[in-house]
Structures are given as C-alpha cells and as structure tokens.
Ligand binder design. Sequence first.
Ligand code: BES
Ligand code: MN
Ligand code: ZN
Length: 489
Amino acid sequence: MSHPVPIQFRESDAEALALCAGRVAVVVDVGTLPPLARRLDKLTRGAVARAVASDSFARLKPGEGMELAFPAGMQAEALHLIRLPRKATVAEARKAGATVGRALSPKGTLVVAEAHPQAADIAFGLALRAYDFTTHKTGEKTLPGPVTMMVAKPEAVAAEARAGAAVAEGVFFTRDLVNEPANVLTTFDFAARLAAMHELGLEVEILEEDDLLKLGMGALLGVGMGSETPSKVVVMQWNGGKKGDAPFALVGKGVVFDTGGISIKPAAGMEEMTMDMGGAGVVAGVMRTLAMRQARANVVGIVGLVENMPDGRAQRPGDVVTSMKGDTIEVINTDAEGRLVLADVMWYAQDRFKPCAMINLATLTGAIIVALGHENAGVFSNDDALCDAFLRAAKAEGEGAWRMPMGEAYDAKLKSRIADMMNVGGREGGAITAAQFLARFVKPDLPWCHLDIAGTALLKAESTLAPKGATGWGVMALNRLIRDRFEAK
Ligand code: BES
Ligand code: MN
Ligand code: ZN
C-alpha cells in the first residue's frame, strides 16, 4: 500500500539551500524577490532574478514552473521556479505543489515557500501528485528522497498540513485499489484490505454469500454466480459523532472485474474493467480519511464486492432475480450488473442503518462518459439540498461534478413484460435510466445522491493532481461534505 511522502517543515535556512544535492523549488511571483529567493539569486549570480523577469516566466500560469538545470553556485541538480501569486486560489496553490510533486528528486527536494500564506495547500498538492503505483514494477525503484519545505511558521503549517495528510492517505488508498489488477484485488483481497482498517478504529464486518442469501440479496448474488471468487458485502462504520445520531451512508459498487458476463464485452479495452470497483474504492478511501482524522461524524460505508464472469453457472440474459427489497428484476443484459449489486446494498444500508442521507458511487455506465466525458461525474438526486451541498463540496475541491435530470418518463423505460422491472432501459439516456433503476431502491423521503464515476475514476492522461491511472475522484469532495455537514462549529 502506498503512502504520501512525509513532508518536513522548517524555517528558512540559506545554508541548507546551498548544500541541497537534489532539487530546489522556489515558489515566487513576478516582482520583488522574497529574502531567501534573493539569497539564491546571489548564489546563482543573478540567474534567479533574470529568469523571474523573463518573458517565459511571465507566460507561466499560476502553479506552473520553469527549470534551471545544474545552477551555478549551488549543489542542486535543478532549480525549479514555480510561479504563484501571493493571493492564489486553493487550486492554484495545490497546482504549484503538484508541479514540484511530479518531479521529486531521489536526492531530496527542498521547497522554498517562505511566507506564502498557502504553504499547506502547496504541501497537499505536492503529496497528491507524488503518487506512483509501482507495486508490480520489478527492478530498481527510484524513490523520492526526503522532502522539506521552508516556511515562515513551521509548526502552524505542519498542523494545518496534518488534515491534508489524512485526506491524501484516503486518496492513495482509493488509487491503489483502483489501479490494482483483478487477479490481485479479488473479493477476498479487497475484503481483507478493508478489514485491516480495523487498526484505525473502524468497525468492519464482512458478510459472506450465505449471509447474503439469508438477507435475500438475489440481485447481487446473481451477478457473482459465474465467478470462482465469492461475492461479499463489507460494512465499515465510523462512529465519531454523537451516539444515537443517524449515520450518513456511503454505498459503493465493487465489481472487481466486469467482463460483462454472458452479455460479454468486446476484447478491446476490456482490461480497463479492473477499475469497476471504483465506487467501492472511493467509499473505502473516505472511511480511511475519516478514521485518520478522527472525524466527529457517524458514517457507514458499505460496499458490494463481486466479479462478473461468463461461466456455466453464470446468470443468463432473461433470468429473473428477486432483490432484497422484494422487487423482481428481469436481467435483459448481464453487463448492466452494477445496478443489480447496488440495489441490494442500498436496500440493506437503509434497512439496517436508517441513515439520515445516502450517497452511492459507481462506475455505472459508459453512457455517462458519452454525456460528460472524463471531466465531470454525473450527479443524480432526489433532494436539491443534498445535491447542492455535494456540488459545492466538489467545486471547492476541484472535482468535476454535474447534475443530470431524472423523471418518470425515464423510469417508464424500465417496464418489463414478465417482472417488476428490467435491468436496462435502452441506449438513449443510458446513464439516466440506470439512475432511475437505483431510485427504485431508495425509500421515500430519504435524501439520496447517485454519483456515476465511470468517466472520472481512471484517466488515460495525467491530471493536475494525479499521474495516469486512478484519480481517487470523490474522496476529497465527500470528506468535505461530511466535515461541513457534521463538524462545522
Ligand atoms: N462497468 C460498466 C460501465 C463502464 C463503462 C465503466 C466504461 C467504466 C468505463 C457497466 O457495468 C456496464 O457495462 N454498463 C453498460 C450498461 C449497458 C449494458 C446498459 C454500458 O455502459 O455499456
Ligand atoms: Mn457491466
Ligand atoms: Zn460494471
């Protein structure tokens, strides 16, 4: 499991700067250089001032940087000048950190942030972008050397950075789960990683197939029938709030691999379906963050872990299954499996925990990617207040989210000739009919949001805060939502 690089905070020290053998990154803006930057300018015989006054520096956007290799007068391999105005947005400050985080030196990195008011945001961006999934690379690994930030008030910044470190831990946990291949991250392995979070003070229970059968989870169990690895439901509880207060529920789709089942997917790109447990991965990451920062909130996270495989025992198109709620479902397409898993886990969450609100996350449809691309997750809700609160939290964290419509006309497309509903509603508006299916498993009056993260969980190109691959999208927004809802003084 990967952890964020530890960052040391200390006061300005010109001597340490001159002696750093790795990378020195200086956060500056056009105009007068702050004291330590001026010292560096002296050491480099004016190179810093000339670079900062150059046209190319002026063209940098806030948070971007320019590199001087093997600067004269210093021991460093590189001097990295990062442009950041003193009054930057949180996103810009994180980006400045990320610019350094993607280029950490094995010989150590010194970040000069002097009196910048957003040193903690810079540190957070640095930590997030320094993520690297190297579990399955053999050979010599070049690990980043120690990272030190020179700031005006080291203790205060370190305290501020601690909350960020808990969030980064959660994001890394999610990214590791999403990046892991399906022969490693089986339902067994996934459940074991969640059970290990017991150490952090989370209460973790694993429900096995016979438990699920007793509960009547016919929709979820149908999906896993073709797999050699058993289906599981894992319940994680964090009770840091007032005793007896109804918990906030998070529910995640955890399809460890989605071949499509008998309605099998085409070969090209199928390997990407190792990320089909992304919803469960985000739920797990949020729970980890809540525990690490000892959140004053009651939150229950429940994930349905299954593998969707074709086999002699697999469920067929045309099968009718009975959900825990009691509604019957005609399985028209075995590849529309996520909603079958969620239907039962969502019902269980409401039935057992009587939550005050529920948010579910799933890499549910290719249709949401057609609609919104990879920049925004689809948000579906029956409650304007909860939905707006989520959208605000996502915006504040720079995680793209866009509300999608719902309505009876979409729901009508799920009508089945022989059962209470079909599991698909046609190609048109596919992400919406999927959400309508889920809505049938939400009790009346429960504020609920469904987040379709098929486009945002994993990216083929690097983004500001993550390398190629798993992003951990949603951990930051949900952590903020919970903080603002339950912990604001
Ligand atoms: N896991 C997929 C959705 C998906 C697609 C996630 C691309 C990430 C990237 C889901 O189980 C699925 O197969 N959905 C089908 C639904 C259809 C059969 C109604 C889809 O989107 O094609
Ligand atoms: Mn599928
Ligand atoms: Zn799927």
